[in-house]
Design a protein around this ligand. Structure first.
Ligand code: PLP
Length: 482
């Protein structure tokens, strides 16, 4: 492609991007296609000759867009947010243009040095003390895997990488029953195995029970097993539960266990000084992860991983073949040694754009508003007849269900709520997701999109009530009603 053509198409596409962001509300939030609909529009074989970019772009609009779920829609209240922002998108365009592979300091010194600097900005923003070193991972799942690998190495006297597992006794890890599935996945990949990842029960607030944690560690030691680490959660995926970090840190110290904190979603809220008390004790962790790609206006992927001892990370993950040797030595950081993949994108650039563009206060205002609106909505749900909260609101996350007055059977209530959720998501104005809390079906409402306003949240509540009422009308047939 000639540079003039690139320029022309780029301008067209940026116009389309700006229009999209302006009109995203006109789309149904969740894609309404059925399985196979998009595949049916895609040729089975690749083109043998190059095609015009204008034709490709037209097909993108016609054939791809219907299959997109609109995560940047202000009515997106599903999962956890994966929010973005114009400065982040612009930085990604630059990153893509440079297309640098930033595995080593030498392969782009700016990428490495900016990563160190913006991660230190983030450290200050969330109130972590000096002494933590940050690295951008592709996901919280990767950061948690790295943490478990470091813990595995430490617990085996740095022998597992050399000799594999099996010579140092059975390692055991601990997390809460509310923990994200990425912890189980990491334990599998690290060779720990599901059976040796203990899911400690949670209390009424969905926080890990530390008495059970302590008892399990002691029982495992007595049984000749080797406790190696604890993964605590700040803001669990289902209900936003927060484990008691102070107490867990004390147990880890007492038993010499590695302590990792998964704050993938809720970590962003720690930029608010008034929310930090919830995570008291986080500053005692060996490693911490949170995702700017969830709730900090920075598009996927960008996961901030902080460690106390980067040497331990490098000792676990570093490997140096001849072809990767470069100048710089101990004067520079080669982030390739701080994670699983060798190759690395220049992800720090978008964080730099976002933090500078909003400023810390601008970011705080957005997150503070999300939390306040969630508080308002929780109050509305709590006081509405025919609805109930299923768990205490956590930050900007709410779990609720519809409770029709004439239905008392738990299974029937579950079925009605499952149906209500399907109706809501088929309607397209908002998008919510499902949950199961202590065995009962719940509807999960998570606020966090960059352009969501209080009015969107209140509208969403009206949509929920309207569709729930419609469901009751179709359920109560005229002959049943009289
Ligand atoms: N941990 C928690 C608490 C999460 O909620 C999630 C995803 O929602 C993850 C980890 C996984 O995050 P990632 O997609 O960055 O691996």
């Amino acid at each position: 492609m000639k540079t003039e053509d690139f320029r022309r198409h780029a301008h067209d596409m940026v116009d389309w991007m700006a229009d999209y962001l302006e009109t995203v509300e006109d789309y149904p939030v969740r894609s309404q296609v059925r399985p196979g609909d998009i595949a049916a529009r895609l040729p089975l074989a690749p083109p043998s000759e190059g095609e015009e970019l204008s034709a490709i772009f037209a097909d993108f609009k016609n054939d791809v867009m219907p299959g997109m779920t609109h995560w940047q829609h202000p009515g997106f209240f599903a999962y956890f947010p994966g929010n973005s922002s114009p400065p982040s998108v612009l930085a990604e365009m630059l990153t893509a243009t440079l297309s640098a592979q930033c595995m080593l300091w030498e392969t782009s010194p700016a990428a490495t040095e900016m990563e160190t600097r913006v991660l230190d900005w983030l450290r200050q923003m969330v109130g972590l003390p000096d002494g933590y070193h940050g690295v951008i991972q592709d996901s919280a799942s990767s950061a948690t895997l790295c943490a478990i690998l470091v813990a595995r190495e430490k617990a085996t006297g740095w022998r597992a990488n050399q000799s594999g597992l099996g010579n140092d006794g059975r390692l055991v890890f601990y997390t809460s029953e509310e923990a994200h599935s990425s912890v189980a996945k990491a334990a599998r990949i690290a060779g720990v195995g599901d059976e040796f990842l203990r899911a400690i029960p949670s209390d009424d607030t969905f926080a890990m029970r530390t008495d059970d944690l302590r008892a399990q560690i002691e029982a495992d030691r007595k049984a000749g097993l080797k406790p190696a680490g604890v993964v605590a959660t700040v803001g669990s995926t289902g209900v936003g539960g927060i484990d008691p970090l102070d107490e867990i840190a004390a147990i880890c110290r007492e038993h010499d266990l590695y302590f990792h904190v998964d704050a993938a979603w809720a970590g962003a809220a720690l930029i608010l000084p008034e929310e930090r008390g919830r995570a008291a004790g986080i500053e005692q962790a060996d490693s911490i992860v949170f995702n700017p790609h969830k709730w900090l206006m920075t598009n996927f992927d960008c996961s901030a991983h902080f460690v106390r001892d980067p040497d331990a990370l490098v000792k676990t993950l570093g490997i140096l073949p001849e072809y990767l040797k470069t100048v710089g030595g101990s004067e520079v950081i080669d982030y390739r040694d701080w994670g699983v993949p060798l190759g690395r994108r220049f992800r720090a650039l978008k964080l730099w754009f976002v933090i500078r563009s909003y400023g810390v206060e601008g970011l705080q205002d957005i997150i503070r508003s999300h939390i306040a609106w969630a508080g308002e909505l929780a109050e509305l749900i709590d006081t509405a007849s025919g609805f109930e909260l299923m768990a205490p609101r956590s930050l900007a996350l709410i779990n609720f269900r519809h409770l029709p007055a004439d239905v008392v059977d738990d299974a029937a209530i579950d079925a009605i709520n499952e149906r209500l959720l399907a109706v809501i998501n088929d309607d397209g104005r908002i998008y919510l997701t499902r949950n199961r809390i202590r065995g009962r079906f719940a509807i999960r409402f998570s606020i966090g999109q960059t352009t969501t306003t209080r009015a969107h949240v209140l509208d969403a509540w009206r949509v929920i009530q309207e569709l729930a009422a419609g469901l009751t009308e179709t359920r109560v047939k005229p002959e049943d009603a009289c």
